[in-house]
Design a protein around this ligand. Structure first.
Ligand SMILES: [Ca+2]
Ligand SMILES: [Ca+2]
Length: 214
């Protein structure tokens, strides 16, 4: 067996071995919880009168202590220091996933947006974020992630949403119920499987070399 043929055999084995390893898996990750902004109001439509108009805090203890973005759900106003419990006009939401994302939709239950342009990015890629829903109206929106967003998310293993209310031009009080990504990923092969494949390949190469010497 010459080296060319040996190379072809190894390439064929590699193709055969790795092709069936990647498997599609469903991704479904939520930050916050689907409880209607913390006081049981419906997630869509007219949410009625807020219990209080500023500094409303309907978070669970875990949400209040969270750093993944759950801390800005179930509060009013969400991104307005001194008018809401959060100390910043900007926030990150982190939605980790396993494997490599192939498609995803970001869903946000949001309330009381009144037409001011917010800054928003998904993994550094701009996301248009201006909605004129009206006072006390809640809307659940879906954003299909672009391939640029998905590629950037795969580098860090999570979808990262950044949002900022522009202090100088917006006096908008807003609220969020939850953030969620749904999609598909290619599962990463487990280390044990890779080791098995690797030792098999080394064995084959060794066999080929023995035959070359003959
Ligand atoms: Ca508002
Ligand atoms: Ca909630």
């Amino acid at each position: 067996m010459n080296k060319k043929i040996l190379g072809l055999v190894v390439a064929a084995v590699l193709l055969f071995a790795f092709a069936p390893v990647t498997q599609a898996a469903l991704v479904d990750v939520m930050v916050g919880d689907l409880d209607g902004y913390g006081f049981g109001a419906p997630a869509n439509g007219d949410i009625g009168t807020w219990p209080v108009y500023t500094n409303y805090d309907g978070r669970s203890a875990a949400e209040a202590a969270a750093t993944n973005g759950a801390q800005i759900t179930d509060v009013y106003s969400a991104l307005f220091p001194s008018y809401g419990p959060n100390p910043s006009h900007e926030a990150y939401v982190y939605l980790p996933f396993s494997g490599s994302l192939t498609s995803a939709t970001l869903q946000i239950a949001m309330a009381d947006f009144q037409g001011y342009p917010f800054t928003a990015r998904v993994n550094g890629v701009d996301l248009p974020f201006v909605f004129n829903d009206g006072f006390e109206i809640a809307v659940t929106r879906q954003f299909i992630l672009t391939s640029a967003m998905i590629d950037a998310a795969n580098l860090v293993g999570q979808v990262e949403l950044y949002m900022a209310r522009p202090d100088s031009t917006s006096g908008d009080f807003i609220a969020f119920d939850y953030f969620q990504i749904k999609g598909e990923s290619n599962a990463v092969p487990e280390p044990g499987t890779l080791m098995l494949l690797g030792s098999g390949l080394f064995g084959l190469v060794g066999f080929g070399r023995k035959r070359l010497r003959k």
